[in-house]
Each structure stands twice: as C-alpha cells, then as structure tokens.
Ligand binder design. Sequence first.
Ligand code: SAH
Length: 398
Amino acid sequence: MNDTTVQPPVHDPSITRGLDAAHIHPLARLPEEWQELLLTWGEKRFRADQVFSWMHARGVLDSDGMSNLSKPLRERLKQDGLSEPGGVSEVHESSDGTKKLLISLDRGAKVECVLIPMTKVGDADVAGSIDDEEDDEANAEVVAKRRITLCISTQFGCAMGCVFCASGQSGLFRGLGAAEVVYQVIKSRSYLSPHDNLRNLVFMGMGEPLHHYDETARALRLLSHPQGLGMSLRRITVSTVGLVPGIKRLGEDFQGKVGLAVSLHAPDDETRDRIMPMNKKYPIRVLMDALKAYPLPARRRMTIEYILIGSVNDSLQHADRLAKLLRPLRVKLNLIPMNSIDQSELQSPRPEAVLAFRERMAEHGYSCFVRTRRGDDVAAACGQLALRSIQPERLVRR
Ligand code: SAH
C-alpha cells in the first residue's frame, strides 16, 4: 500500500467527478453504479446489491470472502481493484475509554478515527450528536448497549488555516476520496465490542468536509444506503468552518436531514477574522443567512461550536453578542475550552471564564454543553489530531 510504484486507485476528489462507474473506486460505488458495471461484465443485476452489502453492511473487502458470488466474479472484482484502501497502523486506547485508530492510506496520507463512548449525559453532545430520548423508549435493547460516537476525517491536513487548530496549521496535503472516508467507518466498526452500538457519526476529524463537497456527499450516500451500513442521516453530523456554498448544497441534496455543526468561535467579524481566515470570504452575516436557509426538520437543532480561547473570545461581552447573533436560529451550543497546541500562542481559557460564559448563555436561554476533553492522553482531543502523524519525530518527544 505504501509502495509508491503502485498507481493509486482513481479516487482523487479532483478527478472522480462525472466519471462512469468503472472509474469510481469499488468502495465508493453505489448499488446503481454497480448494476451498470456488472451488466457490462455479463452479470445479473441483483449481484450489485450482494457485492455492495458484502462491503458496506458486512465490512468484507476481500472478494475471496464473498461466498455467494461465483469464482469468476470474485476474480473480476479483484482485477477491478477491490481491496482495502489502507490499513490500521496504530491503535491507542485512552483511560476514558476513547479509542483512536491511526489509519494509513495511499500516497502517505494518515488520518485518525476516534471512537468516543458516551458515558455521561453531557457526553451525548460531545460531538454534536442528537437528542434521542424518543428512540430510546422505542428500543430498549439498543439503550442497554454502550453508545459510541465515531469521529472521522475527510482530508489529510486542512486548507482552512484556523489559527487554534493543529490540522489548520499543517496545511492541506490532500482530500480523501469517498472510499477512504467510508473505509474509516468500516475499519473502526471492527474495533467495536459486542456491547457497543455505533450511534453517531461525526465529520469532525481532520479536514473541512465541505471543501471537497462531492466526496463528502458521496460518502453520506454510501453510509446511509439501506443495502449497506444503513446509518440514518440524522445520526450523522457534518461540521464546517462555514463554507456557505457547501452548506447550501448539503441542505438541498439531503433535505436538511444531515446534522449540521458550525464552527463559529466568535460572534463578530473582527474577532472571527483573527482566528478563522475563511471568515474573510464568508463573513458572519453571509454565514448566518446560509444557516437560516438550511432546511432543518421540525424539532431538530443545528450545533454551534464555540471554542473558548483565553482573552480572545471568552468575555461576557462576547457571550452577550453571541446570544443576540444566534437568536434567529434553532441551535444547541457546544462550548469547547481550547486545547493548547504547540503551533500557537493562543491559550486555553481560565476555568472561571468557561463557567461564567456558560452561565451567561444559560441566562440568555441557550442550552449549552461544555465539551469535555476526551482522549487527551492519546492526543485524540480536538485539534491535536494532525501534526503528530505528519512529523513522526514528535512521537518520540511525547
Ligand atoms: N473543518 C471542520 C471540521 C473539523 S472539526 C470544522 O472546523 O468544523 C474540528 C472541531 O474541533 C472544530 O469545532 C474545531 O474548531 C475544533 N478544534 C480545532 N482545534 C481545536 C483546539 N485546539 N481545541 C479545541 N477544539 C479545537
């Protein structure tokens, strides 16, 4: 897989757009695309669902294991490039139960996937996951299991340049294809115990999901397909710095069913410009208009993420401005005390400032969670995901 002489499969986001089924990575093909292709191979149409569900529902990526297919078809699938698009190179388990997988992909890309157990009430919101008491009553068996939120990545590095974020400071190496995004879920699922229930999926790892919209949208279709993993779109949350065209497309393409989380981090352009360069392109007023237009289903709320950075955006004046700004939206607020990173002078907020901010927001009527630090001891907490894998010598230093 790391052999650079081997041509990587065609799943670079810049080149998969508009290609016919034969040129899409096997793991990124939807059942209807499989049908189209299998017909040209002289296979029956119904084989498409079988091939798709072997991969996506059962996680079998080696055609030798697809026992209800003929030998020639299994061979053909191999020739077509069906294989694992990467491998797990490290597994770390934190004392709080968080598990981090380091997954190596083609052309030197590495991403982390984080499996986060929801152990406390507040954790239910750790990553923008949804309110789901209603479902719980309906499904007592599922409730008995430990709920897991899985955090996955869409890019190796990130082009957004947010100054508080390790991935942002590393720059973008490359976007991941839909096959690589889905592969993270397939692989991570194999690390669940029988008592675990993969409850929520959040696109909150490395990268900006809406920067490579087509691959993200394809991954959402694959992950939610009933013949595959069949994950409900409402249990999937896509987090964005606020790329307005992507928010619009996501809303239209999925009728607002996909959970939306927005990394706002500041209530005014002056502060936001300082910490999130993308704000210059899509300033707060423009972003707010896009959020108001997002076709959120009744009784759902979008998540606003707000990193509290010491003396930058954590004053009570900021809280008051934030409360006013968010008034027209149906939101829940996730406050995230900044994790300090080596690449930035910015500081974590004082604990008193976090409490005061939270209280002030509550006075303004906002339900608001303070996101607990999870997986800190395995460098899996927010903003720590990227550079360690890019600069291997840091592994030694830690
Ligand atoms: N690009 C998307 C997806 C990445 S999500 C986005 O920005 O929303 C990563 C989440 O972790 C975001 O809310 C991000 O702002 C947050 N994060 C990044 N660096 C962090 C840090 N140093 N401390 C705490 N949270 C951080």
